[in-house]
Design a protein around this ligand. Structure first.
Ligand code: NDP
Length: 243
C-alpha cells in the first residue's frame, strides 16, 4: 500500500468547522497528517468534523490575538511540532463602502488579515525546514465583477501581498508559503443554490461551483512532498471565474 503523502506531518487549519475549512481538515487527515483546527461559533459542527477526521478541535476566535496564540501553542504542545499552517477562517460582509458599518469593516480586516499575520508569526516559532504555510485568499483579489466586494477583496489582496513578501523571508528557512484563490465554492457562505449563484455562473468558464473537497485536494498538494519548488504564488482554483 502506498504511503500516505502527509504521514508524520502535523497541521493547524483555522476555521475548520464548516465549508472549505472542513474539506481541508478532512483531506489533510485522509492523507496522513495529524490535524488540529480552530472554530468560533459552531461547536457541534466542529465536533462532527473532528470525529469524522480524527482531528483535534480548538475553540479560538480569530478576532482575538490571544486565542490564535493559544491555538498555535496548543497544537505544537499536542503534536510536538507544527509542519503545516492553513489560514482559512474568514468573514465576508458584502455591501458598498458607504453602506458597510465600520465594525463590519474592522471584522473583515481583523479576521481575514490581522489574524493571519498573528497565526503565521506564532507558528514560525514551531516550524522547521520543510514547513508549509497556505493562505486561503480569493479570486476576488484579482477580479471583483460586482459592487459590494471592495473591502473583502482588499483583505484577500493583502494575503497575496503578504504571501509574496513572506516567501522572501521564509525561503532561507526552508519554508514555503502560498496563497490559494478559490472562485465560487459551495458552502454556507456561498451556496450553489443561493440568490447570487446564477450571476456568478454568468462570469465563469465552467457552469458549476467548486467543492470544499476540491480545495482540500489543492491544499494537500501544496502541503505535500511534490510541491517543493512553489512559493510566493497566488494560485487560482476558480472554474475559470478569473479567466
Ligand atoms: P464559511 O462561512 O462557510 O465557513 C467559515 C469558517 O471559518 C467556519 O468554519 C467558521 O467557524 C470559521 N470562522 C469564521 N469566523 C471565525 C472567527 N472569528 N474565528 C474562527 N473561525 C472563524 O466560509 P467558506 O468555507 O465559504 O470560506 C472559507 C475560506 O474560503 C475563506 O477564507 C473564504 O474567504 C474563502 N473563499 C470562499 C469562497 C466561496 O465561494 N465559498 C470563494 C473564495 C474564497 P465557526 O462557524 O465555528 O465560527
Amino acid at each position: 500500500m502506498a504511503t500516505r503523502p502527509l504521514e508524520g506531518k502535523t497541521a493547524l487549519v483555522t476555521g475548520g468547522s464548516r465549508g472549505v475549512g472542513a474539506g481541508i481538515v478532512a483531506r489533510l487527515a485522509a492523507d496522513g497528517a495529524r490535524v488540529a483546527f480552530t472554530y468560533a461559533n459552531s461547536p457541534q459542527r466542529a465536533e462532527a468534523v473532528a470525529a469524522a477526521a480524527a482531528a483535534h478541535p480548538i475553540r479560538a476566535d480569530s478576532l482575538h490575538e490571544q486565542d490564535i496564540e493559544a491555538a498555535v501553542a496548543q497544537t505544537a504542545d499536542r503534536f510536538g511540532s507544527l509542519d503545516i499552517l492553513v489560514n482559512n477562517a474568514a468573514v465576508g460582509t458584502f455591501a458598498t463602502i458607504t453602506d458597510l458599518k465600520m465594525a463590519e469593516i474592522d471584522a473583515m480586516l481583523t479576521i481575514n488579515v490581522r489574524s493571519v499575520i498573528v497565526a503565521i508569526r506564532e507558528s514560525l516559532a514551531h516550524m522547521g525546514s520543510g514547513g508549509r504555510i497556505i493562505n486561503i485568499g480569493s479570486i476576488n483579489a484579482d477580479r471583483t465583477p460586482f459592487p459590494g466586494q471592495s473591502i473583502y477583496a482588499t483583505t484577500k489582496g493583502a494575503l497575496a501581498s503578504l504571501t509574496r513578501g513572506l516567501a522572501r523571508e521564509l525561503a532561507p528557512r526552508g519554508i514555503t508559503i502560498n496563497n490559494i484563490q478559490p472562485g465560487p465554492i459551495d458552502t454556507d457562505a456561498n451556496p450553489a443554490d443561493g440568490p447570487a449563484a446564477s450571476t456568478m455562473l454568468g462570469v465563469m468558464a465552467m457552469d458549476r461551483f467548486g467543492t470544499a473537497a476540491e480545495v482540500g485536494a489543492f491544499v494537500s498538494y501544496l502541503a505535500g512532498p511534490d510541491a517543493t519548488y512553489i512559493t510566493g504564488a497566488s494560485l487560482d482554483i476558480d472554474g475559470g471565474f478569473g479567466a
